[in-house]
Design a protein around this ligand. Structure first.
Ligand code: FAD
Ligand code: FES
Length: 337
């Protein structure tokens, strides 16, 4: 059995087999809807059900309250149609998204960027086959069918693909990166994935990164800095202590080179040795304190799920339209693999 799903405002429609999520069915029909984690943990795929009924599926309850459901909201990576539907969603222009493909790569360079972040540079075999938009991520395909997601930190066209890998002690993949991986090792990647890329609008941009959430912002900024910066952009980069802010000289350099770019580092728990006079507290709260026109901005948030969720809740409450909030939540794959 299948149901017809019609998208507003575009009026396009597609068929969804019973038991398939709205996101999967749209993708099968060649229609790209915003998404990131694809497991109900980040809110990137949220849209509105204007008519019809859905099974809301499995998702993090704090992302979709009973009130949200009464308002017609659903997470399209989890919701499955139970009838024909009319939904409200913002489609992504097909030509901007590259099809995901599986490619082989070799470790070309490794460098510790701080006490728990490894810079990893990969040489992709047949690099011409692999294209991506700055800000997207790939899955590393591991033994036993496990996958681990990491965002590209380099811009498309760079000789090597750059990644910033935070060590999760005891982690299946990141233990290997920190303890045994070496130059020349082979890796298999599947991507590009996700819809965390810069939308072409005239609105000011606010980037909010937590820890290695800086990686996709760097990918975007490497591309932006190669051209002309046409609108104000501010990066708020949050870390626990000063030693966790790896590569701070990069955004500080963008700040110095471009009048329209500002960098605000935010430290949540300055250590005893940290000589810190900058912003303190949670990074999304620094945004609320320092960006009076937040509702008029495009906001890109990337990092730990708890940070993304808090930002989403508080920024929407401040009047930011849902469709101007873009996020990649660094959810863990091991639980669902
Ligand atoms: C779209 C996306 C993009 C991502 N991009 C990046 C990136 O650019 N850089 C980066 O460093 N990370 C990124 N992550 C997070 C990264 O995928 C995980 O940290 C990684 O999967 C951990 O793999 P592992 O095999 O080492 O740990 P696992 O073996 O999967 O986990 C071991 C234990 O640690 C817990 N755990 C797993 N990951 C984390 C974590 N991140 N924080 C705290 N506890 C954890 C697990 O629940 C488990 O108990 C991204 C995640 C997503 C979804
Ligand atoms: S909650 Fe649906 S893509 Fe993350």
């Amino acid at each position: 059995m299948s149901y017809k799903v019609t998208i507003q405002p575009s009026g396009r429609s597609f068929q969804a087999e019973a038991g398939t999520t709205i996101l999967e069915a749209a993708d099968e029909a060649g229609i790209k809807l915003p998404h990131a984690c694809q497991n109900g943990a980040c809110g990137a795929c949220e849209g509105r059900v204007l008519s019809g009924t859905v099974d809301y599926g499995e998702y993090q309850e704090s992302l979709l309250t009973d009130f949200d459901k009464e308002e017609g909201l659903a997470l399209f990576c989890a919701a499955k149609p139970l009838s024909d539907l009319v939904i409200e969603a913002w489609e992504i222009e097909e030509e901007t998204i590259h099809e995901a493909t599986t490619v082989q790569a070799r470790v070309a360079r490794m460098e510790k960027l701080c006490h728990d972040v490894m810079g990893l540079w990969l040489e992709v075999a047949d690099a011409g086959k692999f294209s991506f938009l700055p800000g997207q991520y790939v899955d590393f395909l591991l033994e036993d069918g496990q996958r681990r997601s990491f965002s590209m930190a380099s811009a498309p066209g760079a000789d090597l693909l750059e990644f910033h890998v935070r060590h999760v002690p005891g982690g299946f993949f990141t233990d290997r990166v920190f303890n045994s991986m070496k130059v020349g090792d082979a890796l298999t990647l599947n991507g590009p994935l996700g819809t965390f890329f810069l939308r072409d609008t005239n609105r000011p941009v606010v980037f909010v990164a937590g820890g290695t959430g800086f990686a996709p912002v760097k990918s975007i900024m490497d591309k932006v800095m190669a051209g002309e910066l046409k609108r104000p952009m501010t990066l708020f980069w949050g870390a626990r202590q000063v030693r966790d802010l790896y590569l701070p000289q990069l955004p500080a350099g963008w700040d110095g080179a471009q009048a329209q770019f500002s960098f605000v580092p935010v430290i949540s728990e300055p250590g005893p040795g940290d000589d810190w006079s900058g912003a303190t507290g949670y990074v999304h709260q620094a945004v609320l304190a320092q960006v009076p026109n937040l509702a008029e901005c495009d906001v890109y948030v990337c990092g730990a799920p708890v940070m993304v969720e808090a930002a989403r809740r508080d920024f929407l409450a401040r009047g930011l339209p849902r469709e101007h909030f873009h996020a990649d939540a660094y959810t863990f794959q091991s639980a669902s693999a």
